[in-house]
Ligand binder design. Structure first.
Ligand code: ZN
Ligand code: FE
Ligand code: FE
Ligand code: FE
Length: 214
């Protein structure tokens, strides 16, 4: 460990930012980065173990959300994403294969917390539109965590030159983004349905008495 300069730069490749001011600890030159890239590989593997645990936990958590949901659109969105999540678990296993490591899960404290929160919200909210809204909220937090994780993993894989891993991670990243957007859509359409129902109620009140006469 020759280089004990404070290397507080969490990001591996901050190419080009303020690099003119002299030789700071973090060089983005590729010539002598053997140490750097093996450390990045270690971090990549750790993050992979984390998301592997998270995805597996989600294959158990999403079914509980489905059971608690009432909106058909929400149930369908969750069922689709459950099927995707099961594939995502396998994709993470493929990435472990790419780096020649055994697939190992390491508890993700963040995902454990997000799932706990989801369970708390479901308990606290009355079944129906309110609980659905809570499930959407909790679900979107999960998706955002995954988007952050896969975005980082993909970037690491790119830096490490792991082309096959980049493709696998990007496929999942795209699914997480789509799942997040779908949940937004479900939320918006739920609000619209509610609004239009309120409108219908008003119209019924305003309707002339003649129409009721059957
Ligand atoms: Zn995940
Ligand atoms: Fe996922
Ligand atoms: Fe984590
Ligand atoms: Fe997801």
């Amino acid at each position: 460990m020759a280089n004990s300069k404070t290397n507080s730069n969490g990001r591996a490749n901050s190419s080009g930012s303020k690099s003119k001011s002299g030789s700071n600890g973090t060089s983005s030159k590729n010539s002598s980065n053997g140490m750097q890239s093996s450390q990045l590989m270690k971090l990549f593997e750790e993050e992979l173990k984390d998301i592997y645990w998270a995805e597996k936990a989600l294959t158990k958590a999403i079914p509980k959300m489905i059971k608690n949901a009432t909106s058909e659109e929400l149930i369908e969105a969750l069922e689709n994403h459950l099927a995707e999540t099961e594939e995502q678990v396998k994709r993470v296993e493929q990435v472990f294969e790419v780096i020649g490591k055994k697939a190992t899960a390491k508890k993700c404290d963040a995902m454990e917390g997000l799932i706990k929160e989801a369970e708390g919200i479901m308990e606290a909210c009355e079944v129906g539109a309110m609980r659905d809204a809570g499930i959407i909220s909790a679900g979107q937090k999960v998706e955002h965590y995954e988007i952050a994780s896969y975005g980082t993993l993909r970037q690491f894989a790119e830096t490490l030159g792991l082309d096959e891993a980049v493709e696998l991670l990007e496929a999942t990243l795209d699914e997480e983004k789509a799942a997040d957007e779908k949940l937004t859509e479900v939320a918006v359409s739920a609000i619209n349905i509610q609004a239009s129902q309120e409108e219908d109620d008003e119209e019924e009140e305003e309707e002339p008495a003649g129409k009721k006469s059957r």
